[in-house]
Design a protein around this ligand. Structure first.
Ligand code: AMP
Ligand code: ZN
Length: 473
């Protein structure tokens, strides 16, 4: 498979360090509120990536964190702790908020057919690990104490800005939000590993550490949770594009300083879902959640389909009109699949199966081109092969696409069957007689029976899907 690697800024062949096995890490949600559908775009595309890697026969171990402490409203070290904000908003404790929104996140994932990663770890369950890694960074001289907090010293690195060419002067962390800059930092880009003294006196969760009672910074959690579960070499790290800087940049800095060697080979970044008025936000405008889509009558999988129709490296504009278009296309697709599910008999045409499967793999193998993978679904429907072959292909593709194509089509067929009026036994008996006459090539008799059926008020037609009987209106 070829993937665009943000680290090298090139499309490269994806080769895991250990043959046949992939270690994959995904930045998880900050559980202070519901995920918006922008967040979920990232999780959908990461899910497709994981499923495609498995589809090609690789054994993937995927790990995700749950941020339940330390993520400030700015991705630098300024602003408020998001969890504290959530707790204050709802008059609950931080842990109550964390539990509630973690469950809500997984409920959204289930509705969108996003597989839960093999390991999911909340930051608050790994505090000892953070303290251990920070201690090593202190011992190695990569971290320093100032004003009670522990900072990572970015000046100790040969290259800090791995994803972009920011200059220190361009870094406006804090200043932009009108928050005072942290005067404890030796260099503007330095970031907090452990807070003891901070403006958050109300911080509910604090732990003992060699540097005093405090709590971890956000960036250290992903490095530690990844290394703890996936070892000292990571094949691929995923997240939304906004995480590239400073979050992932800081993860690389501290992980490589700790390990003493390169850490992660491939970085997969999903571009943003925007609204017509710009970046999607939980506080401005309509708060777009999966529940809101459902309330408005959309099947959540229509949103998944909408995401698959465009490439993960392009920003995507959400509007209700765009979603309606996706819903119409999805429903049409299901309508085309429904009649195929009525008859699953027949042998699979292996040559045609292999040809179309190859086309599907070619699309996804080229930097996860999901819109071309969706085109491959339409090509299955256009194929001259039998229903069995088409259904086998659709079920194969759906292992990656996760659109529930066949179950949804079966449901539609069952609904349309039950909506059909009951056909009288007399008509059904005549239809059987007519079938026998046609089999004997006695077409005169078949026509005679058709007229008798018409006289009873029914019309009989042979279609590619079999015999159709309808009441004459
Ligand atoms: P958070 O819960 O804020 O930590 O974000 C969870 C994930 O969603 C991260 O990978 C973010 O990079 C990603 N993300 C945030 N906003 C968007 C957006 N508008 N579109 C796509 N992904 C996003
Ligand atoms: Zn992370």
């Amino acid at each position: 498979m070829y993937l665009y690697n943000s680290l090298t800024r090139k499309k490269e062949e994806f080769i895991p360090r250990y043959e046949g096995r992939v270690s994959m890490y995904t930045c998880g949600p900050t559980v202070y509120h519901y995920a918006h559908i922008g967040n979920l775009r990232s999780y959908i595309m990461e899910d497709v990536l994981e499923k495609y890697l498995r589809f090609t026969g690789l054994d993937v171990k995927r790990v995700m964190n749950i941020t339940d402490v330390g993520h400030l409203t700015s991705d630098g070290d300024t602003g408020d702790d998001k969890m504290l904000k959530g707790a204050a908003r709802e008059h609950k404790t931080v842990m109550e908020i964390a539990r509630f929104y973690t469950d809500a996140f997984f409920a959204d994932c289930r509705k969108l057919n996003i597989k839960i990663p093999d390991v999911v770890e909340p930051a608050t369950s790994c505090i000892d690990e953070f303290i251990r890694v920070i201690s090593v960074l202190m011992d190695k001289g990569y971290a320093y104490e100032a004003g009670g907090n522990i900072y990572f010293d970015t000046s100790k690195l040969d290259r800090y800005y791995v994803f972009n060419d920011f200059k220190e002067e361009d870094l406006a962390v804090g200043v932009r939000e009108g928050v005072e800059e942290d005067s404890n930092k030796r260099n503007k880009a330095d970031f907090v590993l452990w807070f003891t003294k901070s403006k958050f006196d109300s911080q509910e969760l604090k732990w003992e550490s060699p540097w005093g009672l405090g709590y971890p910074g956000w960036h250290i959690e992903c490095s530690c949770i990844s290394m703890k579960n996936l070892g000292e070499y990571l094949d691929i790290h995923c997240g939304g594009i906004d995480n590239a800087f400073p979050h992932h940049t800081n993860e690389i800095a501290q992980s490589e300083a700790y390990l003493g060697h390169e850490w992660c080979n491939y970085w997969f970044h999903v571009h943003h879902l925007n609204t017509n008025s710009g970046k999607m936000s939980k506080s401005k405008g309509e708060f777009l959640t999966v529940s809101l889509l459902e309330e408005k009558g959309y099947n959540p999988l229509v949103y998944r389909f909408f995401c698959l129709q465009s490439h993960y490296r392009k920003s995507l504009v959400f509007s209700w009109e765009n979603l309606d278009n996706a819903a119409a296309a999805f429903n049409k697709l299901i309508e085309k699949i429904a009649p195929l599910t009525a008859d699953k008999s027949g042998d699979i045409d292996t040559a045609e199966f292999d040809r179309l499967r190859e086309q599907f793999c070619k699309a996804l193998g080229n930097d996860l081109n999901t819109s071309l993978a969706v085109t491959a679904v339409y090509d299955v429907l256009k194929s001259k092969s039998n229903s069995a072959t088409k259904l086998a292909l659709l079920s194969e593709f759906d292992k990656v696409l996760g659109l529930d194509l066949i179950p949804t089509a079966e449901k539609l067929l069952a609904e349309s069957e039950s909506a059909k009026p009951e056909i009288p036994d007399e008509v059904l008996a005549l239809v059987e007689e007519r079938k026998a006459a046609r089999k004997d090539k006695n077409f005169a008799l078949a026509d005679e029976i058709r007229d008798k059926i018409a006289a009873l008020g029914y019309e009989v037609r042979e279609t590619r899907q079999g015999t159709e009987i309808n009441k004459i209106q």
